[in-house]
Design a protein around this ligand. Structure first.
Ligand code: HGY
Ligand code: MN
Ligand code: MN
Length: 404
């Protein structure tokens, strides 16, 4: 494997979507992401590989001109980022998979299934709020009608077409049964465990499930100077109470592993106006599907209670649910053996972040490899993994692919 070539690809990818405010804003289905994908296709072309984009905008790199008909060993991740994200989340898994594919073809190394690289479309859902768009589409789980506009009201149709997809034919992106013999995703850990234990390789045992609930809080907009405090229906005050109860779901009540309010908007948003409307998201995660279900139900009860207590209206809609999954034991074993081949210490661990692998698990065995994240920081410009860890992880991917 050529670690230098892979690191150069990663450096090049990090030039697409540079945010003047810091980090990368290479949102799915934007011009920035289009450029990153173009670079990948060109890099594949230079290595004598072909590339294909499916109707959902997923990018595949493969030996030969077309995707093989036989089952493949699929390796990859995503190249879209969150707003002001880092340069490793997703991108690392794709460039490492490309390096593995180049190595396999250059040295004519035998794998049980033909190796193919994927960059799944819109994993983060930062512009079009449907995280896992691409992996949902290939596994027949995408409700395209429900997720086709961004927050500014623009349709996904044109951006998807520019990426090479086709909204009207998106059903054709679904893989036939057995198309993928194994899916391997290499990713930065995005948490502090490997670094703090001094272990270079994580063998992922399972991936958390997740639900996103959007709340629309309707109060009464009024004058901030003349409206007595006991006669207000302040949407933001109600929203603030809700924020604290969402935090308490995990932090105090341990109903789920983590709970986050990552988005909050106030209308009309002016110092001398009592807010009439607030919108916020709750995102909850856990490794146990039953716990997640209970936490979501409690969340809805809490919202109803706050509405009664404060006199505002609160509507809630669950816009996304993903189930927790276990990785496939044979692929876990292949990753452990690959790390052992390379004399790299490895440890089993769950993933608190979501990954395309968890959708792919519905139709194929999946395995995931983690490498350490400095300070456990991710979804932030400071995201960093040392080059030695990056190269070690890619080597484990190569050896795991040879065993898959
Ligand atoms: O949010 C996640 O867990 C993933 O990084 N998209
Ligand atoms: Mn991410
Ligand atoms: Mn990711």
């Amino acid at each position: 494997m050529n670690g230098t070539r892979m690191l150069a690809d990663l450096d090049e990818l990090a030039t697409y979507g540079v945010d003047p405010g810091g980090g990368l804003s290479r949102l799915g289905f934007t011009a920035e992401e289009d450029s990153a994908r173009r670079f990948l296709r060109e890099a594949a072309g230079r290595a004598g590989l072909g590339s294909t984009v499916d109707q959902a905008g997923n990018l595949f790199l493969h030996p030969g001109k077309a995707l093989p008909d036989d089952p493949v060993v699929l390796m990859g991740s995503h190249v879209d980022t969150v707003r002001r994200g880092g340069r490793f989340d997703g991108a690392y898994g794709v460039v490492a998979a490309l390096e593995v594919l180049r190595t396999l073809t250059e040295h004519d190394l035998p794998t049980r299934h033909a190796p193919v690289v994927v960059a799944f479309a819109n994993e983060e859902g930062a512009r079009f709020p449907c995280p896992f768009w691409g992996s949902l589409a290939v596994t027949g789980q995408l409700d395209a009608a429900a997720s086709t506009v961004d927050r500014a009201g623009h349709s996904i149709r044109e951006p998807l077409a520019r990426a090479g997809g086709d909204l009207d034919a998106i059903g054709d992106a679904v893989w036939p049964p057995g198309a993928v013999g194994a899916y391997l995703e290499l990713h930065i850990e995005q948490g502090p465990v490997l670094e703090s234990r001094g272990v270079p390789i994580g063998v992922v045992t399972g991936i958390v499930g997740r639900a996103i609930v959007e709340f629309d809080v309707r109060g009464r907009q009024n004058h901030a100077g003349t409206t007595p405090m006991d006669q207000r229906r302040d949407a933001l005050v109600a929203a603030a109470k809700l924020v604290l109860r969402i935090e308490a779901l995990s932090a105090e009540r341990n109903l789920c592993a983590v709970s986050t309010v990552g988005e909050l908007g106030v209308e009309p948003g002016q110092a001398n106006v009592v807010p009439g409307r607030a919108r916020l998201t709750a995102e909850i995660r856990d490794l146990d599907a039953a716990r997640l279900e209970v936490a979501e139900a409690v969340l809805r009860e809490e919202a109803a209670r706050i509405a009664r207590e404060t006199g505002v209206g609160i509507e809630c809609v669950t816009t996304m649910r993903s189930a927790p999954v276990r990785t496939a034991p044979p692929l876990r074993a292949a990753i452990e053996a690959a790390a052992a081949d390379l004399a790299l210490p490895a440890m089993a661990m769950p993933s608190g972040a979501g990954h395309d692998a968890q959708l792919i698990a519905a139709v194929a065995p999946v395995g995931m490899i983690f490498v350490p994240s400095r300070g456990g920081i991710s979804h932030a410009p400071e995201e960093y993994t040392a080059p030695t860890h990056l190269v070690a992880g890619a080597n484990v991917l190569l050896h795991a692919a040879l065993r898959a």
